[in-house]
Design a binder for this molecule. Structure first.
Ligand code: ARG
Length: 416
């Protein structure tokens, strides 16, 4: 009806890159632009203004969607259940937000009959892999445009110049020295002086956590209660997960806990130096692990640890929408049935220490564990257990090991 231009849905943040893209997709690709900004709890300027700015640049539709509640209840609950830490360290904040954003982009594409989705990720990072893998999994027919991988605006200056020529509002603030990605689950900081991994992260990169040296001189105790693996009360107050995470970020950050400085293996083969601050996410995961150690039996806890690591790597690699992830979710969900109870921790000058845990479903039994009055353990049973357990060691020793060489001179501890 007068307009036969094809449409593209753009993952739009309001920053310089994606603002330039709103115009670039119109002028260079001859597409109508639908600019979607997803709020996953980033420390963002006024999102209504971000949305208006897209209209001012000629977008045919723009929206700023508040995804924080679903992000907490549909994504972060799973990350908590899986104690999700990539390379045992990073709580996956960027990796966890992308599938939810991708889902909304695909929904908008369907709603508006768009055949393309565009994003602002660089060609060297993980986020391009995640966005595109998730989008392909959700709708294999959609096509991706990644302007940063193909345009020749290689420096910020070139981008600013292009923006000025095409009536794209140019930021008046100085270029930020770091690349930041943040949401409810924490904040990622890269680039600048951090590119030399010998450099200690400068104090100005941190915004969610105080410098541990400047943290309060008195410790603070916090109690977190879980139901079926989900945090439900904070210091006795019943809270939904979203406000609970927001509050916990404040409490924990004020004591300087949650800073991470690591060398990380990206999906595309590059090692990079990454800094994160993750006060609430790290504290919640540590508490969740502490509670699991009380209620999961030996075999399940050990096996789940491997599953958790596999789950975390899948999510890091952008495979949220995948057969294996779905199957692992089912396993993990079944382990959370009795992860109900309380964990108490202490915050002090950059440290967070679990100092108490209790649950009606604890497999920890005082009577079995105690060395004092009230011992219910049958000590006489241990001998038979050890006879069988050590049988293979005995027979090996007699034939090939120390038992066979007893007479030989000079064999020592390291020989076997
Ligand atoms: N390395 C992290 C990841 O891949 C964080 C990436 C965040 N992006 C950024 N622009 N700083 O999950």
């Amino acid at each position: 009806m007068g307009n036969d231009r094809e449409k593209v849905v753009l993952a739009y943040s309001g920053g310089l890159d994606t603002s330039v893209m709103v115009k670039w997709l119109q002028t260079e690709k001859n597409l109508d632009v639908i600019a979607i900004c997803g709020n996953v709890g980033q420390d963002e300027e006024d999102l209504e203004w971000v949305k208006q700015k897209a209209y001012n640049m000629g977008a045919i539709y723009s929206d700023a969607v508040d995804l924080r509640k679903s992000y907490a209840s549909r994504v972060l609950t799973k990350a908590i259940a899986a104690n999700a830490l990539y390379e045992d360290t990073y709580p996956l904040l960027s990796a966890l937000s992308r599938p939810m954003l991708a889902k909304y982009l695909v929904d908008y594409a369907h709603k508006h009959g768009a055949h393309y989705i565009a994003h602002g990720c660089t060609g060297k990072g993980n986020d391009q892999v995640r966005f595109e893998t998730c989008i392909h999994a959700l709708d294999p027919d959609l096509e991706i445009i990644a302007p940063v991988r193909e345009w020749d605006l290689l420096t910020r200056e070139q981008e600013m110049e292009w923006a000025a020529e095409h009536d794209v509002p140019v930021p008046t603030t100085a270029a930020k020295p770091y690349s930041i990605d943040d949401n409810l689950w924490g904040r990622a900081i890269e680039c600048g002086v951090l590119e030399d991994p010998w450099n200690e992260p400068p104090a100005d990169i941190w915004t969610m956590t105080v410098n541990p040296e400047d943290a309060p001189d008195t410790p603070e105790y916090v109690t977190l209660a879980f139901e079926h693996g989900v945090p439900v009360t904070l210091n006795g107050e019943k809270m939904k997960l979203l406000p609970l995470i927001i509050k916990l970020n404040e409490i924990v950050g004020a004591h300087g806990f949650g800073r991470i400085d690591m060398i990380e293996n990206r999906v595309i083969g590059i090692k990079s130096h990454e800094c994160y601050e993750c006060p609430a996410s790290l504290a919640i995961i540590k508490c969740h692990q502490a509670l699991e150690s009380l209620v999961l039996d030996h075999d399940t806890q050990h096996y789940k640890h491997q599953i958790d690591q596999t789950w975390s790597t899948l999510i890091y690699d952008g495979l949220w929408f995948s057969q294996l992830k779905k199957a692992l979710d089912a396993f993990i969900a079944s382990t959370q049935e009795f992860v109900t109870g309380e964990v108490r921790f202490k915050l002090y000058k950059g440290s967070m220490t679990v100092v108490g845990r209790r649950s009606d479903y604890a497999i920890y039994q005082y009577g079995l564990a105690t060395y004092s009055e009230g011992d219910t353990f049958d000590r006489s049973a241990s001998k038979g257990f050890i006879d069988i357990h050590s049988l293979q060691s005995k027979t090996w020793s007699q034939v090939q090991g120390p038992g066979a060489h007893r007479a030989a001179e000079g064999h020592d501890f390291d020989q076997f």
